[in-house]
Design a protein around this ligand. Structure first.
Ligand code: ADP
Length: 588
């Protein structure tokens, strides 16, 4: 689209002009300039206009010294009532091409025959626009354009009242109309008559308006595109939530259920219709209501809860074991408005665990008797061989005895684990001297190892109240681990110290160390670090689990400080029985 300087000046000018007029006066200025120039050049002029515009134009032309009646008689001024002509062109609310060709096309073709130039003023499109039939407007403009390209012998001037375009709402149509024309004649100025400089200014203004409109449209299209993308993402997300195998439920900060997916229906037995709008206590066993208060409190503080294992209750009253992960839901301003929770049915896992525990209990129980009997016969044989002085057999038997001891430890660990699970592990509580016990255990373990020196660097004579054998078991476990996981080192350091009413025993090795991410997990049942630099270490992964439980039963703590590749320091802390009876002794 370009803008013409003055389309009235050249009689041979062939254009499809567009004019948005703000008042009838400005329209008449433009019409009389366009048609007047045609009549003066003896061109045929067609008017598809309203009766009122036709009459006003006649008067204006007369004022300008043009004999309209004579022109009419010569067939050079031909008026057609716009509404009437339009009604002949329309079929089902759309201008129809054959009718257009018959009613308008033939007429214009005749007038242009012999390469005579013709001028046409039309406002049928303006009538269609005012009726709100935008599709018909573009169709009619296209029909005019086709004719225009076919005959290539007329100028066509279309006029639209500016007031019927209400800014932003019609911006896209406005631009489309402009696109359908070859030139735009600015509105609001008697554009065809005034000074060219002013015209240029007006044109520039209009172009600026057009550009800003185009930019707005682009922006709007971009926003719409983004909205479409977000909408698609939402649909996709909704589909994922709906098809998830986990129950996904969201609720407000007051605990009112706001969404409930298909898996929630399967797991808890309530349909979405039954659950949404109800309070979340619908699925919480009454004795666990305080737990929900705590969950809501954490949500309000923006905290997440991960893999929390608990129990929920189904519609039929059955209990289900679930693992919950709960995250706060925020609105667009970051304000917490509720929570969404994923509940995984862990009933099957729990059942498997139960069967595994049962198996371990049974197997270790069954193993205990033959291992005890092996131990008894080994000792008996050892005595006999010692008496008969049979040194070589005795050496073999001693090695066999060491293996039987390992086996006994393993079976004992498994039995202890089972008892711990069922709460049947017995403790014989008494006050005893921890330093003495540490000394004794260090000596025992040293006796069985040739590879490492166990250095008891510092002892504290301190009395603790607890099960001496079980505390001994913990220290034995820490020492054997320290030796086992430091194959390239030759020493282990043991220290005791007292701090704030507690006694702390630490065991430091210079071995493979434990990567940071596993330093808590090694205390879990059956957990073993797999990254051990290619070396395989024997073990079941239950020693530390049992040890931590034993120390917990004594109101103490078991922990570790370690760096991968540099070694580890395991320590346990127990409350002192009598803080008065403390004496520090330095070791070698
Ligand atoms: P295990 O029978 O496997 O030694 P534990 O429960 O005693 O079982 O230890 C659990 C895991 O912790 C071990 O498998 C090992 O990966 C790691 N671990 C324990 N002690 C040490 C240590 N002193 N140095 C390095 N890793 C250790």
């Amino acid at each position: 689209m370009a803008v013409l300087p003055d389309p009235t000046s050249s009689p041979a000018l062939k254009e499809h002009l567009l004019h948005f007029y703000e008042s009838d006066v400005s329209l008449l200025d433009a019409m009389s300039a366009f048609i007047g120039a045609g009549l003066r050049a003896s061109e045929t002029c067609f008017l598809f206009a309203t009766q009122a515009h036709h009459e006003s134009l006649q008067e204006r032309l007369k004022e300008n010294g043009i004999d309209v009646l004579a022109a009419q008689e010569r067939g050079e001024y031909r008026w057609f009532d716009a509404a009437e002509m339009l009604s002949k062109l329309m079929l089902d609310d759309m201008p129809e091409s054959e009718r257009f060709a018959r009613e308008v096309g033939d007429l214009i073709a005749q007038a242009t025959s012999g390469q005579r130039h013709v001028r046409i003023f039309g406002e049928m499109v303006a009538l269609l626009w005012e009726q709100g039939n935008f599709n018909a407007v573009t169709r009619l403009e296209e029909l005019w354009n086709d004719l225009y390209h076919r005959l290539n012998a007329f100028s066509l001037f279309c006029a639209y009242p500016m007031h019927s375009f209400s800014g932003q709402a019609h911006a896209a149509q406005f631009l489309e109309i402009i696109r359908l024309h070859s030139h735009l004649i600015p509105a609001g100025v008697s554009s065809l008559l005034i000074d060219p400089d002013e015209q240029l200014q007006a044109i520039a203004l209009l172009q600026r308006k057009t550009y800003s409109l185009e930019a707005e449209i682009e922006q709007r299209e971009e926003v719409e595109q983004r909205l479409r993308v977000s909408e698609e993402a939402l649909y996709r997300l909704a589909a994922i939530v709906e098809s998830s195998d986990d129950a996904i439920v969201s609720k407000t900060l007051d605990g009112i259920i706001t969404s409930w997916n298909a898996s929630a229906e399967r797991l808890f037995g309530y349909s979405a219709e039954e659950a949404v709008g109800r309070h979340i206590t619908l699925i919480i066993p009454p004795e666990l209501y305080p737990e929900e208060d705590e969950i809501l409190r954490k949500l309000r503080q923006g905290e997440r809860i991960k893999h929390y294992e608990t129990v929920r209750v189904r519609k039929d009253g059955r209990r289900v074991d679930v693992s919950l992960s709960i995250s706060p839901v925020k609105d667009r301003n970051g304000k917490i408005i509720g929570g969404s929770k994923i509940a995984r049915d862990i009933g099957e896992r729990r059942e498997l665990e139960r069967r595994k525990d049962e198996f371990i209990a049974m197997a270790s129980h069954e193993l205990k008797t033959p291992v005890t009997s092996l131990k008894g016969f080994t000792q008996l044989l050892q005595r006999r061989l010692r008496n008969s002085g049979n040194e070589e057999e005795l050496r073999f038997l001693t090695r066999m005895d060491a293996q039987v001891n390992r086996l006994t430890h393993l079976v004992d660990d498994l039995l202890n684990l089972t008892k711990m699970q069922t709460g049947k592990l017995e403790y014989r509580m008494e006050a005893f001297d921890l330093a003495e016990l540490v000394q004794e255990i260090v000596e025992n373990v040293q006796e069985a190892t040739q590879t490492h020196r166990l250095l008891l660097e510092k002892t504290v004579v301190a009395s603790v109240y607890g099960d001496r054998d079980r505390i001994g078991q913990v220290l034995t476990n820490l020492l054997t681990n320290a030796i086992k996981y430091s194959k390239d080192a030759d020493r282990v350091i043991i220290r005791m110290e007292v701090s704030e009413g507690n006694v702390i025993v630490s065991v430091q090795d210079f071995g493979i160390g434990i990567p940071q991410e596993y330093q808590q997990r090694i205390f879990e049942r059956f957990f073993r670090v797999s990254e051990t630099g290619g070396t395989t270490y024997s073990g079941l992964g239950i020693g530390l689990y049992i040890s931590r439980n034993i120390i917990k039963r004594h109101q103490g703590k078991l922990g570790v400080q370690s760096r991968k590749g540099e070694g580890s320091t395991f320590f346990f802390q127990l409350p002192l029985a009598q803080t008065a009876d403390v004496r520090v002794e330095e070791g070698d």
